[in-house]
Design a protein around this ligand. Structure first.
Ligand code: PMP
Length: 449
């Protein structure tokens, strides 16, 4: 359907345009290559479209500007880290105030109880603690689950992503559990640590749990890291029933699905997990994450958490739960990610999805667009039922072109996805601009422009 020669020619033209438009970013990228591994401070920053990453100067609300003086509509929002919108004035004020009065002492600060209570109110779980990142939080809850159940394994969904947690970087190859393609230096054979099941497949989950060795099932309530794959009706209820029957703890990772509302899908869909993990945007950009546990688990965990050896238990960290993070979380949850914020963002995400769907329909493409709350994403295949079907439809060339085309026209999409995330700071004209740019890209690809 897509003429690859035309795609290559169009992409080459976009690459030239990108280089011509960003001389200052090119210089900074060259300089960074002298001291930074791969020229970037974090590996994924090499995954942006264009020959080098853009160097940004300022981000505010739903926009950012780069060192070449260009302004962008930000539909990536730091891959959810800035889902609130960038640089909220109230959060900035709280961060400055806390920075002036001391950032980290390894003592609890006066914001601690407020944060715990607010997380409890939003997600319904009885007890909470902090982590530095969602990765961290996931590592901790898996450790708790093995401790509490005495079982060695964890279960995850095929093509899931839960951060750089070793056990979760696993996929199915037929019936075998193998390291996820791209995972560097797996430290333990994932076949020993992990059972992997396809999303939306209750039979496979039941068989995986029947071994009796799975401490926890860690899952997103909808997959968001391999396109958006929504749960089929009744699926999550059955997941809960099966995990309970098997005495496997159910851990819901709401790091991305917080886009479904103030308490994520856990609250929006009335889920009843044993543990919840949430990260990324809760600190308004300041690194912070949290995990919650049911009252029963919290009671069982309290004695080890108060033990003399807790400092070497494999959970927590020196800077974790520091005063800066707690101040940022408190102010963020006070002024953002609330019902009224999502009430603005949801219709924008829906309008974006409608705009993309209109173009797909107009050109009769076998693509689809999916929305989950404030997040929406298009994918070059019909709606997949599980992660493997989504992964099989990845078209890296096409994806790279769509991202670069959008970037060259002032729109930043989330890398590794064709995803847009909406904050209350976006506007209808941002959505319309994307629809226009997306339509132009598709028309150019099909030679209909
Ligand atoms: N859980 C989910 C569902 C995620 O999507 C991610 C990151 N994309 C993480 C955990 C890890 O977050 P972080 O990189 O901030 O640790």
């Amino acid at each position: 359907m897509i003429d690859r020669d035309r795609l290559h020619d169009l992409h080459a033209e976009e690459e030239r345009r990108f280089v011509a438009d960003h001389p200052r970013s090119a210089e900074l990228a060259e300089e960074a290559r002298g001291s930074l591994l791969a020229g970037v401070p974090m590996p994924w920053m090499s995954r942006w479209p264009g020959a080098f990453p853009l160097f940004f100067v300022e981000a505010s609300g739903a926009r950012f500007s780069d060192v070449d003086g260009r302004e962008y509509v930000d539909l990536c929002l730091g891959d959810t880290g800035a889902m609130t919108g960038h640089a909220l004035p109230e959060v900035t004020e709280a961060i400055c105030e806390r920075a002036r009065t001391g950032i980290t002492t390894m003592l609890p600060s006066t914001d601690a109880a407020w944060v715990g209570e607010e997380l409890r109110r939003r997600f319904g779980l009885a007890r909470w603690q902090m982590a530095m990142s969602a990765t961290d939080a996931n590592r901790f809850v898996l450790r708790f689950a093995r401790h509490l159940t005495g079982r060695p394994k964890v279960a995850v969904m095929d093509w899931c992503y839960h951060g750089t947690v070793d056990e979760t970087l696993a996929v199915l190859d037929g019936d075998r559990v193998v390291p996820r393609p791209g995972a560097l230096g797996p430290q333990v054979d994932v076949a020993l640590t992990t059972r992997v099941v396809p999303f939306n497949d209750l039979g496979a989950l039941e068989r995986a749990l029947a071994h009796g060795d799975v401490a926890a099932l860690l899952m997103e309530p909808a997959l968001t890291n391999i396109g958006i794959v929504l749960p089929e009706p009744g699926y999550l209820d059955e997941v809960r029933r099966l995990t309970r029957e098997a005495r496997t703890l159910l851990v819901i990772d709401e790091t991305h699905t917080l886009c479904a509302g103030p308490g994520g899908c856990t609250r929006a869909w009335r889920l009843d997990p044993d543990m919840v993990v949430v990260g990324k945007p809760i600190g308004g950009g300041v690194p912070a994450a949290a995990y919650g546990l049911s009252a029963e688990l919290a009671e069982r965990l309290t004695p080890p958490m108060l033990s003399h050896d807790i400092d070497v238990a494999g959970v927590g960290g020196t800077l974790t739960g520091n005063a800066l993070a707690l101040a940022a979380v408190r102010r963020t949850l006070s002024v953002a990610l609330r019902e009224e914020d999502f009430a603005v963002a949801f219709p924008l995400a829906q309008a974006w999805a409608d705009g993309v769907a209109g173009v797909i329909e107009e050109h009769a493409l076998p693509w689809h667009v999916q929305r989950l709350g404030a997040r929406a994403e298009y994918w070059f295949c019909p709606p997949p039922r599980d992660g493997a079907a989504a992964a099989a439809a990845i078209d890296e060339e096409l994806e790279a072109f769509m991202h670069l085309w959008a970037l060259n026209r002032g729109i930043l999409l989330t890398p590794f996805h064709n995803m847009a995330l909406f904050s209350p700071h976006h506007s209808r004209s941002d959505v319309d601009r994307h629809t226009e740019v997306f339509g132009q890209a598709v028309a150019a690809l099909l030679g209909r422009s």
